[in-house]
Design a protein around this ligand. Structure first.
Ligand code: UDP
Length: 357
């Protein structure tokens, strides 16, 4: 049995949605490792709420989110850094564990790799965003082969790293109920932030004259207000950031999920959550969603940044069989399959002698 120390993202407490999809991934991987009888301890910001999971809460000031920075912005650390405090804790307890698993998209834990006696697995949750991160990710991938893990090959390609493990994602399918007959609604899910280009989904919903339910963390209030100003008559409704249970209750009744990433989405957990409910996914053909959605079968992949493409796909939704959508989630994205991939990755790292660099 493995003894695992999971170190969370330092951008905000677990359960708040600030960390995006990596929060759900960490939750599911931890649950599945515990179910398999492994020991898991999670180190996370104070205020983290994940029911039934063992969390050590660490105080300190949060890290600025990487997506809001320029490519050449120097790495920044606040005073009383939460990130530094979490890794100081990890340093102190490291000898009680076989492996530390890093879920932060941050320079510091990568830099610290050779300073630790215990191996560190780094799960990278976003595509390339900054020169300093690219440099340290590439260096660790070279000095500690196999320890950098990504969600998808298209994400890994943004770092020019083709040989690294890609772990994909998975969810507890029992939490998502299949809905064979939808209502006349569309859904949009995710952090409300510019890289997600919510405005394109709003415009498409307006043109298609179909109401759009929006759910997710309000990360950039100014951005949201701008969308509301630009599309005053759009048939949209913001329902807030909902728990998985409440979110799927809304989502499952929708005709389709619209995904409009302006960036290379590393994965897009919301895509598999929709499929699990039998909801087809209409997405720009870029990043993770382009690897998840089977065009014409479980949704549609449209030309990136084409609102007309989204509208056309909405008109074609009757061609998609919702049961096929649920089946694709069951075969490829179960939490058990996720557990198999991560457990193998962890064992491969633990069984590799620690590099002398
Ligand atoms: N989410 C949620 N409640 C909501 C809307 C979204 O819990 O009302 C979660 C969703 O389950 C997913 C995450 O927000 O895990 C968004 O992650 P995704 O991978 O799609 O994108 P990211 O934010 O990582 O870029």
């Amino acid at each position: 049995m493995l003894k695992l120390l999971f170190v969370s993202t330092p951008v905000g407490p677990l359960g708040t949605g600030v960390g995006g999809g990596v929060e759900l991934s960490l939750f599911n991987i931890a649950q599945e490792m515990l179910r398999r009888g492994h020991t898991v301890q999670i180190v996370a910001p104070i205020g983290s709420k994940f029911p039934q999971l063992p969390i050590v809460e660490i105080p300190g000031n949060v890290q600025i989110i990487a997506q809001s920075q320029e490519r050449n912005t120097p790495i920044m650390m606040p005073d009383n850094s939460l990130l530094a405090n979490m890794w100081e804790y990890a340093r102190q307890v490291q000898n009680e564990y076989d492996l530390i698993v890093n879920f932060a998209y941050d320079w510091l834990p990568l830099y610290l790799t050779p300073f630790f006696g215990v191996a560190i697995a780094h799960f990278i949750s976003m595509g390339s965003l900054s020169e300093a991160m690219d440099e340290i990710v590439t260096k660790v991938a070279s000095d500690f082969p196999g320890t950098i893990g990504f969600y998808t090959p298209s994400q890994a390609a943004t770092f020019n790293l083709q040989q690294c493990p890609c772990l994909s994602s998975g969810i507890d399918l029992s939490l998502y109920q299949f809905c064979p007959e939808p209502e006349n609604y569309l859904a949009w899910l995710g952090r409300i932030a510019p890289e997600k280009a919510l405005e394109d989904a709003v415009e498409a919903a307006q043109i298609a004259n179909t109401p759009l339910k929006i759910m997710g963390k309000m990360q950039d209030e100014d951005y949201w207000q701008q969308i509301c100003q630009n599309y005053p008559d759009a048939p949209i409704e913001y329902l807030g950031f909902l728990s998985t249970t409440d979110m799927q209750q809304q989502l499952r009744q929708c005709k389709a999920l619209l995904m409009t990433p302006r960036w290379v989405e590393a994965f897009g957990n919301v895509a598999i959550e929709a499929l699990a409910c039998g909801v087809p996914v209409i997405s720009y053909q870029r990043g993770g969603p382009a690897e998840i959605v089977q065009d014409g079968k479980t949704g549609f992949l449209v030309e990136p940044d084409s609102v007309a493409g989204l509208v056309e796909a909405i008109a074609n939704l009757s061609k998609i069989d919702r049961y096929t959508c649920r089946q694709s989630a069951e075969t490829e994205y179960s939490v058990e399959a996720l557990g198999d991939r991560f457990e193998q990755w962890f064992r491969d790292i633990i069984n590799t002698p620690v590099a002398q660099v």
